[in-house]
Design a protein around this ligand. Structure first.
Ligand SMILES: [Zn+2]
Ligand SMILES: [Zn+2]
Length: 185
């Protein structure tokens, strides 16, 4: 699977964002519960554009996260409908832009549009490529027990199963113990 660099970056960012939800996060709590957590996440992902750093802005990002999580597991036609709804509601207008240290890439909202709207539209635009490539099977839920995390598998052979190295190690350990028990028995 190969997409444009900005599309891949956005899909990976979407998975990180979705995995801050209580059902998916490492801590088991909402990891976007404070302004500090939200802005650390955005800074770590070099997220540009304006932010007003208000509590209401944080709440709308949490709502957007939950809205995008609902899209993640839809089948292709439903996902296409959900993407169109987001693009329509924001009057998305795709434009090539070059800003900060980033070369030409696509945005469909101005850089000073509300943060949650920019996130929503950016992820929707990246999902357009997933639809066009018939790659909805690359949007996955982690296969580890008791993990509600999501992942996007951009690997060539499509073999990624876990949301994190931690989940992968945990499941390998469980499989190892099961093999040992079988040997002992
Ligand atoms: Zn940009
Ligand atoms: Zn996981």
């Amino acid at each position: 699977m190969h997409f444009a660099p900005d599309v891949e970056e956005t899909l990976n960012f979407a998975a990180v964002l979705l995995n801050t939800a209580p059902a998916a996060s490492r801590s088991g709590r909402d990891e976007l519960a404070t302004l500090g957590e939200l802005h650390d996440l955005l800074d770590a992902n070099r997220y540009g554009g304006t932010r007003d750093r208000s509590e209401s802005e944080r709440r709308t990002v949490v709502q957007t996260r939950d809205q995008l999580r609902a899209l993640w597991t839809l089948e292709r036609d439903e996902l296409a409908g959900g993407i169109n709804e987001i693009l329509r509601a924001s009057n998305a207008l795709p434009q090539l832009v070059r800003h900060d240290e980033f070369d030409w890439h696509i945005h469909a909202t101005p850089l000073d549009a509300p943060l949650s709207e920019r996130i929503r539209v950016e992820v929707a635009l990246a999902l357009v490529d997933i639809i066009r490539a018939s790659a909805t099977d690359r949007l996955r839920v982690c296969e580890a027990h008791d993990c509600g995390g999501v992942l996007v598998d951009l690997s060539r052979n499509g073999s990624k199963r876990f949301c994190s190295v931690r989940c992968g190690n945990r499941m390998n350990m469980i499989a190892y113990r099961e093999r040992q028990l079988a040997v002992d028995a």
